[in-house]
Ligand binder design. Structure first.
Ligand SMILES: NC(=O)c1ccc[n+]([C@@H]2O[C@H](COP(=O)([O-])OP(=O)(O)OC[C@H]3O[C@@H](n4cnc5c(N)ncnc54)[C@H](OP(=O)(O)O)[C@@H]3O)[C@@H](O)[C@H]2O)c1
Length: 289
């Protein structure tokens, strides 16, 4: 596994495992266990995925078999919008996340969206960070202007910003802003999240054939080579194994540019995040993502 160093000097794996849309507890615990067995050390969950407990179970199973120790792992969870009403609701929700997962600390904890009173919520994350309950803290879905205002205002700057990043939404402007503030970019939906189908793209297939790799491996590699942490999700064991096997080849500059040329300039999230009705619906707790 390769690592990046966060602005607080903590090391974070450049590739991890996401568990969005895996609500079944047994299935989630099993795939987390399988992922750790396959070599993943970063697991990405969230309060709103309702599987923090199952993630904890999968981790404990792997540790009980001696596959890894807690210190080897980098576990991320996220604070959902309903717990971003004020400082106290956020503080309580951090403790609830920890309790559900059965972990003493998270390696990274994120504000899931720039919604609600996210400055008050951030202060609760800062306190938990200073107490050692959260080893690093960050944000998610913070667009460049929001991140700039945030970094210019808060006491502790976020270490990570998790946003939608794949060849159809490359967000180079967002990456520039993150670099300016030393915030590590982390890609959600690095394989297109099921909303795009990169697997049928001829150019990607040709690059994959050249390296004897799959399209999925090529696009994960592309993000890693441009400094982005990736957290692909799969409930299939063969894909879990496939998606981590990206450290034995290197794309050249021309291939990097070709893949970036697939950019559409918008992603699956954009229509939602810029829609006032979406904002109201999330705040009213009617939808989860
Ligand atoms: N912060 C946020 O707002 C936010 C939003 C979305 C996601 N996330 C995080 O980011 C993680 C990844 O994003 P995501 O789950 O939306 O999308 P993703 O990882 O880009 O794609 C997952 C989809 O690709 C399929 N897949 C996985 N590996 C494959 C392979 N090698 N070949 C072909 N298909 C493959 C999966 O199907 P199978 O499972 O059937 O294999 C699933 O349908 C999430 O799990 C979550 O942890 C965060």
């Amino acid at each position: 596994m390769e690592y990046v160093t966060l602005n607080n000097h903590l090391k974070m794996p450049v590739l991890g495992f996401g568990v969005f849309r895996v609500p079944d507890k047994n299935e989630c615990a099993e795939i987390v266990y399988q992922a750790i067995k396959a070599g993943y050390r970063l697991i990405d969950t969230a309060a709103v995925y309702t599987n923090e407990d199952a993630v904890g179970d999968g981790i404990r199973k792997a540790m009980s078999e001696g596959i890894c120790s807690r210190e080897d792992l980098f576990i991320t969870s996220k604070l959902w919008v309903q717990d971003m009403k004020d400082f106290d609701s956020a503080k309580q929700a951090i403790d609830t996340s920890l309790k559900k997962s059965g972990l003493e600390y998270f390696d990274l904890y994120l504000l899931h969206q720039a919604l609600g009173d996210y400055f008050a919520a951030w202060r609760a994350l800062e306190v938990a960070y200073k107490e050692g309950k959260l080893k690093s803290i960050g944000v998610s879905n913070f667009y460049p202007h929001i991140l700039t205002n945030f970094c210019e205002t808060v006491e502790i700057k976020p270490m990570v910003n998790q946003i939608e990043l794949h060849p159809y939404f490359i967000q180079e402007d967002a990456l520039k802003v993150m670099k300016e503030y030393n915030v590590i970019p982390e890609a959600w939906a690095p394989l297109g999240g099921g909303r795009y189908n990169p697997f049928e793209d001829q150019m990607l297939q040709e690059i994959a054939t050249k390296y004897n790799k799959t399209v999925g491996q090529v696009i994960l590699r592309w993000n890693i080579q441009r400094g982005v942490v990736v957290i692909p999700k799969s409930t299939h064991q063969e894909r879990i194994v496939e998606n981590i096997d990206v450290f034995d080849f290197c794309l050249n500059d021309e291939e990097m540019k070709l893949i970036s040329s697939l950019d559409k300039g918008y992603g699956g999230s954009r229509t939602k995040h810029f829609d006032p009705e979406f904002v109201k619906t999330v705040l009213a707790n009617k939808i989860h993502d």
